[in-house]
Design a binder for this molecule. Sequence first.
Ligand SMILES: [Zn+2]
Length: 454
Amino acid sequence: MIRFLPVGGAGEIGASCFHVDLEGTGIILDAGMHPRKKGADSVPNFNMMNDLPVDAVLISHAHEDHIGSLPYLVQRFPYLRIVATPQTRAIAELTLHNSVSILQEELAEDDPLRPYTHEEIDLLIQSIEYHAYEERFDINSYQNGNNSTVRASFWDAGHVIGSAGILLEHDHHTMFYTGDVKMRNQTLTRGAQIPHMHVDTLLLECTQGAADPSTFLEWEDEAQRFAQLSNDVIEKGGSILIPVFALGKMQEMLAMIWKLMEQGAMVKTDIYTGGIARKICAVYDRNRYVVRRMDKEFEFADVVQRDIFEIERMEELVQHPSIILATSGMMVEGTLSFKLAQHWLNQRHHAIFTVGYMDPDTPGYRIATAQRGKEIQLTDFSQPQQVRCAIERFHFTAHSMRDGLIDIVRRTTPNRVILIHGEPEAIDWMGFSILKDFPGTKVHAAEIGKVIEV
Ligand SMILES: [Zn+2]
């Protein structure tokens, strides 16, 4: 019997975690942490898997919503085999160590979740087995006298460095999990490699399923628009705040800005970066000949950057024109980009440029959709403040648009598609289009805790 159980990341973009039972072999796809929730609420309910076979966890990429709860999953199932790509493993080592102190600060006294230690993370990272793209590896199960084998492989997902779609091949069933996927090229990362084969079941992410692609420019054209609007701000003496994720968005934006400056399309000005994002840039540099890249010669080590954490007072950032790339990408309360945004909103000459997907429940979304001159409340509990700075929204998504997602269905000709990782509107649109374009295909919207037998 083949059963699929969403443990997290269904019906929303939250803590991705899916359990697959392939005739007795238990495979967990991702172990994410909810980016907006805190403490025990942010971790998927692993108890759902208590009576299920659990042999291995395969991690699609190192974003928090796909890997953040891995230390807790391993506490719960200590003998679990953990597999990822080498780049995901390298980034996990940075981000999981980084979250030790964040969790220590964040977790309330009475929270059932306890922070993990640096020693636990060292052991965890050592135990991650890694495989390059398209290299088949076997997952065996010996539980309950079962000895069936699943062949697994990672496929370049084009989303961030090391990101992978996961193909599971069993005698009677093949399944492909897209993870987070981008079919088109970004500034550095090349578009995804999808297996050209029939699969029985496709687990399809839908982040951008609700967005109408005809209203957006292509990446290169959007980059030119970005350059023009940046020049307008900088030439008037303003500074630009850009909220970014430390993994992916930071590297794509920094590379794009540097290239635009080198080409003369953008006025050269100081660029501020810092923290873990810089360490992740070093992983991009070290792996530049190993992964599929748009420009293998480009190195972040050559990009002149100032360290945002060496600034003593926020005013220094706005004294002369500069570009500030700060985490978090969705300006979650308490993060650096959130604190800077509070200050920026009061500054008439300055600008906030948003560059990617914003969850509707985040301060980042409120800023991206705010209007100059109107009032804004960054959180439900914060004081309203007037928007004095300019706000521009750009579309540099690291996720496939509708046409890319439909293309994945076309290439893999699945009997059954299970829609995951999307807001309800996005899931609805994708479900409707797949039924229309591929008659006979079964389509499911995944729901947490609800088993789908395939
Ligand atoms: Zn991601």
